[in-house]
Design a protein around this ligand. Structure first.
Ligand code: NAP
Length: 252
């Protein structure tokens, strides 16, 4: 990759941090954004190359999404690659509530981050690129195998919010095409990150691994590799797709 600017949400941890590292290695200048400024700063400081920046960004806050995009474009340059990794699980496995027992407030909060947050970032990216086009624009958003399977251990709010990501990306793929922008999602299976470990302690992953043909958890850099490929110029004929990175847990 030549010097393209990538903006990564949720870039302070897990899959987002691994993606920021890989895009930087591929030659991108990376805007690392995360809820916690210190986490974003620590990741940005460790990236190879120069010109990276860190920003505090809660993707659920409409005005912050606009402000951070504007700051990143002014300080680094026009964003060519948007990667939406920020996400939350309010009711983690192993005991997500039945729909009958769910709190609507939890549904709203999960959607505010996982679905609306992706919408806000995609909208801001589309607005910026309509004002000032870049060649080979890319959107990559993280869904989940849970959305494809109707969930296995997660709660309805999380699963439905991740299904919304797959659908939104397809709309972005149709609308972005005329501006040279591709949009795709990545659907990870169980990946060893802080989010996963908050739900499944070390040593308790056995039952899950029995369902994964490769017999192990995925690593953040294995998801980052798929994201970086979708972000590359070489992936220019892939749009509206969902790439599975799940150890064979779900096969089409
Ligand atoms: P992670 O390590 O917890 O990373 C998620 C990052 O997003 C964290 O830094 C988190 O900050 C941040 N974040 C949370 N709410 C945010 C908000 N409102 N605005 C901006 N950033 C926010 O988890 P991960 O596993 O890498 O997750 C990355 C993505 O992959 C998520 O969308 C997740 O749903 C998806 N995913 C993960 C798995 C898996 O098995 N790990 C499987 C399928 C899909 P805090 O740490 O401060 O909360």
């Amino acid at each position: 990759m030549s010097r393209r600017v990538a903006l990564v949400t949720g870039g302070g941890s897990g899959i987002g941090a691994a993606t920021a590292a890989l895009l930087a290695r591929d030659g991108c200048a990376v805007a690392v954004t995360d809820l916690r400024a210190d986490a974003a700063r620590a990741v940005a400081a460790g990236l190879s190359g120069s010109g990276h920046r860190a920003y505090a960004l809660d993707v659920a806050e409409e005005s912050r999404v606009s402000a951070v995009f504007a700051d990143a474009e002014r300080e680094i340059g026009p964003v060519a690659v948007l990667v939406c990794c920020a996400g939350i699980i309010i009711s983690p496995p192993p005991a997500p509530p039945d729909i009958a027992d769910m709190e609507a407030a939890n549904w709203d909060r999960t959607f505010a981050v996982n679905a609306r947050g992706v919408f806000l970032c995609v909208r801001e990216f589309m607005r910026a690129r309509r004002r000032s086009p870049v060649a080979d624009g890319r959107i990559v958003a993280i869904s989940s195998a849970a959305a494809q399977l109707g969930g296995y251990r997660g709660s309805a709010d999380y699963i439905a919010s991740k299904a919304a990501v797959i659908a939104l990306v397809k709309v972005a793929a149709r609308q972005g095409a005329k501006h040279g922008i591709t949009a795709n999602s990545v659907a990870p299976g169980p990946i060893e990150t802080p989010m996963y470990r908050a739900a499944v302690p070390v040593g308790a992953e056995g039952p899950m691994l029995g369902l994964v043909p490769l017999g192990r958890l995925g690593q953040p850099d294995e998801v980052a590799a798929a994201i970086a490929f979708l972000a590359s110029r070489e992936a220019g004929y892939i749009t509206g797709s969902t790439i599975d990175v799940n150890g064979g847990y779900r096969m089409q």
